[in-house]
Write a protein that binds this ligand. Structure first.
Ligand SMILES: Cc1cc2nc3c(=O)[nH]c(=O)nc-3n(C[C@H](O)[C@H](O)[C@H](O)COP(=O)(O)OP(=O)(O)OC[C@H]3O[C@@H](n4cnc5c(N)ncnc54)[C@H](O)[C@@H]3O)c2cc1C
Length: 387
């Protein structure tokens, strides 16, 4: 992947923003188990960072997907995983289908304020009874006059305690599970929406994660994205960008983790010399960097093919899988070299060790990625999964 002068400009802008507006506050946000999404997103919107790849007509910059990937990788410099994830939800997980298939009116009402940072948004796919198996969701949107009446629950929803609207997947008819679903934009101040609870987690503390109920929630049918019954297909397309984004963000986070470990072990001494000077330590760090660079190679290859219009389902799933696996290996190995400091709560490596565990679960678990890869290899027919 060749980064241009324009890419470098975006990278520098984002790095400055992270240094000034994010990292100085991360410890407080982690402690509070929430970050001020409206305030932060508005500042990002003012800098044009929330709509890099979105159409200019709605306030975006109209750039290609490499800019989203550059942003995801650069967000690896944030001193926690929760804030990048929340930003990624806004830019690359709940808005791609709206931008691609939404009506002009829907984009004016919901995409434009998500790009400007006036709205915080979330994506509601997972439910208490269905996560990996998207086709098995139970939430329904029944037609009544010009409206949909929505009933059901959505669980694990990132940003949902602060979000203004949700891109929600619901069953809009009976029939084949891949053809009966639609994506609908639901303003979360609509009567009948209830945030039941904030979910306590083992990591990603800065990011709020909620369980929501929808009890006879009435929204106009014109809030549907694109064609009725195409929601599953649109969501699978949306997942491609989510998985590429996740792999790029992993590259950034793991690179930071290794660099910080080199820094620490270079100045920390034991037995009369720096910890880093032990061959076991610098060889292991070299192995870990080699792994991260292999992830980079695979992710950039997927990106190049995606930019040229190819279907990258298999390669994006491989990159997501490899990223999830490395998130479990690299922070664990680095944490070891920090000794007792690695076992402390606010250590950057221990934070990644906790936050990174989500990489093998969220946006399609490792096993679901393996199923998709097997399906492409012709070795397994996988029904209903996040393919
Ligand atoms: C912090 C956090 C944030 C999240 N944010 C969002 C969000 O914003 N919006 C949203 O919609 N969802 C979100 N999710 C949900 C996430 O996408 C799901 O947790 C994930 O898809 C897994 O679904 P599940 O938890 O229901 O696990 P299940 O589907 O119950 O699966 C449990 C485990 O079973 C195994 N498994 C599943 N399928 C197979 C298979 N075919 N073969 C072999 N093993 C299998 C895997 O090991 C899997 O981890 C979030 C989750 C978390 C934890």
């Amino acid at each position: 992947m060749k980064w241009t002068h324009e890419h470098e400009e975006v990278r520098r802008t984002l790095e400055r923003f992270i240094d000034k507006e994010i990292n100085p506050h991360v410890d407080a946000w982690e402690k509070a188990e929430i970050f001020p999404a409206h305030e932060l997103f508005k500042k990002m919107g003012d800098l044009g960072l929330l709509g890099l790849t979105k159409p200019a007509e709605y306030g975006g910059s109209g750039l290609d997907y490499s800019f989203s990937m550059l942003m995801a990788e650069t967000l690896g410099k944030v001193a926690c995983g929760g804030v990048p994830m929340a930003i990624g939800v806004q830019t690359d997980m709940c808005t791609p289908a709206l931008a691609r298939f939404g009506s002009h009116e829907l984009k004016q009402r919901f995409l434009a304020p998500a790009i400007s940072g006036d709205n915080v948004a979330c994506v509601g796919i997972s439910e208490p009874g269905a996560g990996s198996d998207v086709a098995a969701i139970r939430t329904t949107a029944r037609k009544d006059g010009d409206d949909y009446v929505i009933n059901g629950s959505k669980m694990w929803i990132t940003n949902s305690l602060q979000a203004d609207w949700m891109c929600l997947l619901a069953n809009t008819s009976e029939g084949a599970a891949h053809r009966n679903k639609s994506l609908i934009i639901v303003p979360l101040n609509t009567p009948g929406v209830k945030v039941e609870s904030k979910i306590r987690k083992i990591g990603m503390f800065s990011s709020d994660t909620g369980l929501l109920h929808f009890d006879d929630v009435r929204v106009p049918q014109r809030n549907r994205i694109g064609e009725e019954g195409m929601g599953f297909t649109y969501q699978m397309m949306q997942f491609q960008e989510e998985r590429l984004w996740s792999a790029a963000n992993t590259i950034g986070g793991l690179t930071q983790c290794i660099n910080k470990t080199i820094e620490y072990t270079r100045q920390r001494e034991a037995f009369g010399h720096a910890i880093l000077d032990n061959q076991y330590v610098h060889f292991r760090l070299a192995e870990l960097k080699t792994e991260v660079e292999s992830l980079r190679g695979m992710t950039y290859l997927a990106l190049e093919r995606y930019l040229s219009g190819e279907d990258v389902t298999e390669l994006a799933s491989m990159a997501k899988l490899k990223g999830g696996r490395l998130m479990r290996i690299v922070p664990d190995a680095c944490l070891q070299f920090w000794g007792g400091m690695g076992f402390t709560w606010d250590n950057p490596v221990s934070r990644l060790y906790r936050d990174g565990r989500l990489g093998s679960i969220g946006a399609g678990a490792d096993e679901v990625m393996l199923g998709i890869i097997c399906k492409h290899m012709g070795t397994l027919p996988l029904r209903g999964a996040k393919a």
